[in-house]
Design a protein around this ligand. Sequence first.
Ligand code: HEC
Ligand code: HEC
Ligand code: HEC
Ligand code: HEC
Ligand code: HEC
Length: 264
Amino acid sequence: MTLGIRLLSPLLLSMVLMAIGQVFASDITDKDYDRASWHTIHNKPAIDNADDEQCLSCHQEIVSRKVLFESPAGVKASEVLAWYQTLTTYEGQQDTFHRRHLVTPLAQELMDLKCNTCHQGNDLREEATIPPDHSKQDKTLRKSVNPDVCLMCHGANPYKLMGLPKPWPESRALFQNDCLLCHINIRTNRHQVNFLKANAIEKAAKKDPDICYGCHGGRQWYRIPYPYPRHAWKGMSSTTPEWAKDRPTESEPRFRIENQQAAK
Ligand code: HEC
Ligand code: HEC
Ligand code: HEC
Ligand code: HEC
Ligand code: HEC
């Protein structure tokens, strides 16, 4: 009898331990990876009110991952700089796309981008295949980022519309290399959106005139400029120029400061 219990108890103990182990390990079973990858937070409407902490609880690598020190072929990251990475506004070592927009010193000083400023997911009822096609593993509906978001900061400088004789690199000397020469009075009601730090931008631009150009032509990835909303400003003329007739007069609703959406 006693022998039986002695033999049984290690078995019982290991069974209890296995059960406990299963409870703790349940976060990392295949089924749960699947469940996480289909988490409703990736799509509308939940993504609109997601805060960064929620996304980062599963995607920490987005802000921690670093670029390779050296490519597999042996080329060092420090030896392959793009032209803009040689400018004074580009600080530090090469870094990942996400870190350059979320955690580098310049990003933190001037911007307040959230995951959902860029990631908007999709409305699955509109864009997912019906019936669902499970052989599709690429999860592209979660990635959806509207390139118009990028265009706001990486578009061409609208020098013609501003009445400048030539593109900024050629005409900047005429204007003391300072956008504020005009913009101290023109379109002064600007950057009141939940992903920019409006006051910090003005402060930084007073010290370094290239700050403005940095988001309005200096880091241009597109051939076209962004058609910005045209907020009324103090001293604005009552006649609207032809090019501005169709412009909205307020920022996109989801970017407005008073809106929860995309805010922390
Ligand atoms: C519960 C955990 C969890 C949360 C919370 C979460 N995700 Fe995910 N996400 C996943 C998993 C798992 C995948 C699938 C990853 C894969 O297969 O590489 C995924 C996929 C993605 C992808 C596609 C990745 C690729 O390589 O194609 C994007 C983009 C993404 N998530 C963004 C977000 C954003 C933005 C948020 C916050 C609004 C968020 N996720 C919240 C777990 C999560
Ligand atoms: C400046 C816009 C922007 C911001 C802010 C942003 N992302 Fe992304 N993200 C992108 C773009 C663009 C891609 C590439 C999409 C593609 O490959 O189709 C991407 C890709 C991803 C991917 C899949 C590829 C990878 O690198 O693993 C994940 C996961 C992801 N983002 C999560 C996040 C999370 C979490 C946050 C907030 C902490 C965030 N993103 C903030 C624009 C952004
Ligand atoms: C609110 C303004 C803003 C938005 C929106 C924005 N960017 Fe940027 N982007 C910047 C700034 C500022 C830098 C420079 C950051 C630095 O040097 O630390 C930058 C840097 C970059 C770089 C250079 C990264 C490197 O390390 O060389 C790329 C590429 C880029 N952005 C692409 C994009 C794409 C694609 C999107 C849209 C998904 C986007 N950006 C949205 C402001 C923005
Ligand atoms: C000679 C004066 C002048 C200088 C210098 C100048 N701007 Fe402008 N800017 C204007 C005028 C005028 C407008 C149009 C005002 C209106 O909406 O009627 C304008 C409009 C803009 C717009 C809005 C464009 C749109 O499509 O709504 C941006 C952005 C802008 N300027 C950025 C800059 C930046 C950045 C610099 C420096 C690199 C700069 N400006 C230098 C006069 C100037
Ligand atoms: C970090 C990127 C960034 C920097 C730096 C920046 N801008 Fe902008 N600017 C933007 C974005 C994004 C918008 C559109 C915001 C919105 O949707 O209302 C904008 C809008 C504008 C507009 C349109 C204003 C309106 O009527 O709504 C003007 C003019 C402008 N910027 C001029 C400037 C000047 C001058 C500076 C330097 C003092 C500057 N920008 C610095 C990103 C930037």
